[in-house]
Design a protein around this ligand. Structure first.
Ligand SMILES: [Cu+2]
Length: 125
């Protein structure tokens, strides 16, 4: 009788752990790959250009003196920092991520260093 009880407790524990594992797995909706963008010496993003697939996510890790502002191509080309309306941005030294669900080209600049060319271009295929 005591052994049977232990078996029951064990079964419940095992089922509980399996159920938790299933939920953790099922809750993950990321289907694409994850890419990393950091900042590097010489006031640069690393990499400065990135090509990814629709559904991929980019993790950004910024050094303390760098931020990230999404802009449009004209602003990017002119080395200006006017933000794109509704665009993505990160403050100085922050971490963040963005999932890219639509194909196109996405333009980002660093506010303090865009004048010296600190820019990031992400192409989503
Ligand atoms: Cu910078």
């Amino acid at each position: 009788m005591r052994n049977w009880k232990n078996l029951l407790v064990m079964s419940v524990l095992i089922l509980g752990v399996s159920a938790t594992g299933f939920v953790a797995c099922g809750g993950k909706t990321t289907t694409g790959k994850t890419h990393e963008v950091t900042t590097a010496a010489g006031n640069k993003y690393s990499p400065e250009e990135l090509t990814i697939n629709k559904g991929d996510t980019v993790n950004f890790t910024l050094g303390a003196t760098h931020n990230l502002i999404e802009t449009d191509k004209a602003t990017f080309d002119a080395k200006k920092k006017d933000p794109k309306s509704g665009g993505f941005s990160l403050e100085l030294g922050k971490k963040g991520s963005k999932k890219f669900d639509t194909a196109g080209t996405f333009w980002f600049v660093c506010g303090p260093h865009v004048a010296v060319g600190m820019r990031l271009k992400i192409t989503v295929k």
